[in-house]
Write a new protein. Structure first.
Length: 213
């Protein structure tokens, strides 16, 4: 276990970082605008569960290998960015689904499990998460106390809980805004398209950023 001082300091630093809107926040807002508050919250849950994968990898030393390998890091980055772009394009394509209730070509919104899975993939392939954990976790670990992997896991879980709470607030706010837009089919189509554009832009941004953050 990390010391209480290290845990509190790391949690405070994480809160400051998470409070600044970044890729996860933009992803959640985009999903909430495109599919509603429920999808936004499920995306938050999936995203945070997905982030446990790189966190575990970092705790056991695999994450540092990925972060230091330009090839592996680029592969992870491109996969994650491509998936975000795909989700954004899907949101734009289906922006008219359920807009009027009489469209014969309506499609059912993704199930909870599908939304959760999509969020998980985004969280697991977010290169920024890998870099953050590789750069930050070792700074708060007492290597002389032993159980380094356990210390990193505890710190990573603290980050995940804080991120879940903060990102959920964004999902609720974006979902509430969408409810107002839902009173008009045209406005709803526009806000769904905007959510899709946000995800496409986010994916493009991640794909074009440098190999190291």
């Amino acid at each position: 276990m990390p010391s209480w001082e290290a845990l509190l300091t790391f949690s405070f630093a994480s809160l400051i970082l998470i409070a600044i809107p970044g890729p996860s926040v933009l992803f959640v807002i985009g999903r909430s605008l495109a599919r509603g508050r429920r999808s936004g919250l499920l995306s938050v849950l999936g995203n945070e569960l997905g982030s446990l994968l790189p966190m575990t990898a970092v705790a056991f030393g695999v994450g540092s290998i990925v972060a230091q390998s330009i090839l592996l890091f680029t592969i992870v980055k491109i996969v994650g960015a491509s998936y975000l772009i795909y989700l954004g394009i899907q949101a734009i394509r289906h922006r008219r689904d359920h807009s009027g209730g009489t469209n014969a070509t309506e499609q059912r919104p993704p199930s909870g499990w599908v939304t959760l899975r999509q969020g998980f993939i985004v969280g697991a392939t977010n290169p920024k998460t890998i870099v953050f954990f590789v750069a930050a976790l070792p700074q708060f670990v007492d290597f002389h106390a032993g159980n380094v992997a356990t210390q990193m896991m505890v710190l990573g879980l603290a980050f995940t809980v804080i991120a879940f709470v903060c990102d959920s607030i964004w999902a609720v706010l974006a979902g509430a805004a969408r409810e107002w837009f839902a009173s008009s089919d045209k406005r709803l189509e526009s806000v769904r398209a905007a959510g899709g554009v946000m995800m496409v832009g986010l994916g493009g941004s991640l794909a074009l950023t440098g190999n190291k953050a």
